[in-house]
Structure formats: structure tokens, C-alpha cells
Design a protein around this ligand. Structure first.
Ligand SMILES: [Zn+2]
Length: 191
């Protein structure tokens, strides 16, 4: 959490913002990243769907309630040598149990998906208004293909896949570029 708070979004994010600002319906972000970088780069909270949740949101470990809350009050003091947390762990304000990040883990039955559902509804409403969507897919892996499946399903032939290892895209889905996301976006913007 501390590392993500310190991270500055790379230039690729502002290129995406510029493109989004030029088109009538703007853009919507679908991301499996939990680091909150799109919001930090200026994408509106109402236009982001974080399909695996966010590290900047907390929930009760025992899921005593469906409430989630911002982690901004939690300031972890981490020993850089041992990677141990030296400050108190965050607690659920309702029952006092430990709090945890609202991130979907493997086999995670205690994940509160209220934010996920609200974001998903907004995304679906937005997609239904867009007649010719273009999907720019960035660095999505094949091991857990949630993002790749989403983009192939929604691009309707207008998929731009940027991937360092596996840019292969069937012609019916769109085009693929092999490379680093920030560098490839810069190259496309310059053209
Ligand atoms: Zn609780």
C-alpha cells in the first residue's frame, strides 16, 4: 500500500486520458490492477471498474458487514529491512476484527463485492451507450484471462492489444503490438 501510494503513474496514463478527452463518450477503465493508478492519473472514480478490487479500500476480515471504507486513515509504518509492519493493524470500526484490503484473493469467499457490483453496473450502462467501442488492452496476462476475455467480448473487432510477451490477436478481434505499454502508447501517440 505504501509503495502504491508513492508510485507516480507513467506517461502512458496521460496519453490515454488525452485520447479519452477527444471522443464524445470518453473512456471507461476495466482493470484487474488493484493499485488505484488510473484514479491517480485523473480518471474519474465513476469511470473505473476494478474487477479484483482495490488496495486503497478496506473491509472487515470477518465480513461482519458489507461496508467497505477508504484506507486513507491507515498509515502503515513498515520496517524496510524486515518488511514487517511496526504500526497497529487496521480494525473494523463495527466489530473490532482485523480489517483487510478489499482485494479478491484466490478462493476468497469473504470478499465484499458491493463496490465491484456498483462499478460493473456503471460500466454496463456506459457500454450500452457506445456504438463503436475501441478497446485498448494493456499488458493483460493469459494465466488469468479475465481482462483478455472482457476485451475480446466487447471490442467488436476494434481491439488494440499491447503486450510484452503475448500480443497475438486473431484478426477478427483486432491488432496486437508486442512491447512495453508506456513505450508503445508513446509511439502510437507520436504517429
Ligand atoms: Zn467487522
Amino acid at each position: 500500500m505504501s509503495l502504491y501510494r508513492e508510485t507516480v503513474p507513467h506517461e502512458g496514463f496521460s496519453i490515454l486520458r488525452r485520447w479519452a478527452d477527444r471522443i464524445p463518450r470518453g473512456a471507461f477503465v476495466f482493470t484487474s490492477n488493484v493499485d488505484g493508478q488510473f484514479q491517480k492519473a485523473g480518471f474519474s472514480e465513476g469511470r473505473v471498474h476494478e474487477c479484483h478490487g482495490s488496495i486503497h479500500t478496506l473491509q472487515c476480515l470477518d465480513a461482519c458487514t458489507n461496508d467497505t471504507w477508504s484506507a486513507e486513515e491507515f498509515h502503515p509504518l513498515v520496517n524496510e529491512k524486515t518488511s514487517e509492519l511496526e504500526s497497529a493493524l487496521p480494525r473494523c470500526p463495527r466489530c473490532g476484527a482485523l480489517a483487510r484490503p478489499n482485494i479478491l484473493m484466490f478462493g476468497d469467499w469473504g470478499w465484499v463485492d458491493v463496490t465491484y457490483e456498483r462499478q460493473r453496473e456503471r460500466l454496463e450502462a456506459w457500454i450500452s451507450l457506445v456504438s463503436k467501442p475501441v478497446v485498448i488492452e494493456l499488458g493483460a496476462g493469459k494465466a488469468l484471462p479475465t481482462v483478455r476475455r472482457f476485451s475480446e467480448r466487447n471490442a467488436r473487432g476494434r481491439l488494440i492489444r499491447i503486450n510484452l510477451r503475448d500480443p497475438n490477436t486473431s484478426p477478427s478481434h483486432g491488432v496486437g503490438f508486442e512491447g512495453n505499454c508506456a513505450a508503445t502508447l508513446k509511439l502510437l501517440a507520436s504517429r
